[in-house]
Write a protein that binds this ligand. Sequence first.
Ligand SMILES: NC(=O)c1ccc[n+]([C@@H]2O[C@H](COP(=O)([O-])OP(=O)(O)OC[C@H]3O[C@@H](n4cnc5c(N)ncnc54)[C@H](OP(=O)(O)O)[C@@H]3O)[C@@H](O)[C@H]2O)c1
Length: 356
Amino acid sequence: MAAPANQAAWIVKAGAPLEVGDAPLPTAGPGEIVVKNAAAAINPLDCHMQDSGVFVQQFPAILGCDVAGEVYEVGADVQRFKKGDRVIGHTINLVTGRPQDGAFAHYSVVSVDKAAILPDNIPFTDGVVVPFALEAAVCALCLQEPGVAMPGVSTPALGLPYPSLKDTDTALPPGKKTLIIYGGSSSVGSMATQFATAMGIHVIAISGAHNFVFSQRCGAIEVLDHKDTAVVEKAVQAVRRLGESEFIGIFDAIATPETYAHDRVILERLGGGHLACVHPPPAMADLPVNVKAGMIFAVNDVAAPVWRDFVTPALRTGRLQCLPPPVVVGKGLGCVQDGLYLSKAGVSARKLVVEF
Ligand SMILES: NC(=O)c1ccc[n+]([C@@H]2O[C@H](COP(=O)([O-])OP(=O)(O)OC[C@H]3O[C@@H](n4cnc5c(N)ncnc54)[C@H](OP(=O)(O)O)[C@@H]3O)[C@@H](O)[C@H]2O)c1
């Protein structure tokens, strides 16, 4: 039988709109699968890469970090997956620079350490919201030792355990620790809220007032409005009200000058703690003493056990929910550019998704 044709939405240079064109059909190397994509999600990172060319190792390139679809081919040594399996996966063109590792194509390569079976009852357009945010959440919470996020910037090391499949099995006694998640309605912040909750941690989320119910659905025990002028004081009081629960620190999933200013005061008032950020944190000299700050880099083997042991059973039981919910931008590779424009305009507790 003739090999199927592949197509991709290519970027040929920084700042250029994506162009749909033919692409080589990828093959699965050791430890890899090729996925026939049914859906891909759009992330702010794709917009940064398109606009400035940052992280793009060679043009033309194929961007995109999240896929859902059916396994088309497995590498010779692959045991966990077989042709035809429904899967979700994190594509890592960001670090490999290989076009076949981008999501905006009909066929993409995914490492078996960054993929999981998607239960039959979950549509591809729902499952595809999970992969990149999942890896970001695990990197924010579970690294045991600081590594290098980028030259001169270390990764955070909150040293937390992996999420458990049941409340009765959490490695931490429930509520023993408290974490503030700034940006609780964002894709990364909401996934981190789900994960921290599944570790037995009390999460205080800072979200838009219209997204309080959403953040509670992710597991937050208290939600504060990021536009409230008293948000810093309310965050400090919310942590103090939890009494004996140990304050871990803040995961800042927004990481702007405004949120850093608030992080700084909250940490100062609470005696320090971790500050994990999605962008480079303020210089140590600008932070209170006893603050350990770092930036996540959401491609890391620390997530492999979560992909292998947690994702599929947790999706089956609802312990892991496909949140934020998808907004399907359209069908076909030609709609990816529309999704990128919409992403730049901003989303609220939603993930933009393209169907293929
Ligand atoms: N370093 C890494 O490895 C890594 C990995 C993934 C993502 N990132 C970065 O992380 C950031 C978030 O990505 P994402 O995909 O999660 O974003 P997203 O879902 O597109 O973020 C949208 C959300 O941001 C919230 N928000 C905006 N300003 C806020 C503020 N001042 N306080 C609290 N919430 C605020 C909005 O909340 P409301 O609508 O409720 O107001 C909205 O729900 C991006 O800059 C991305 O580039 C970095």
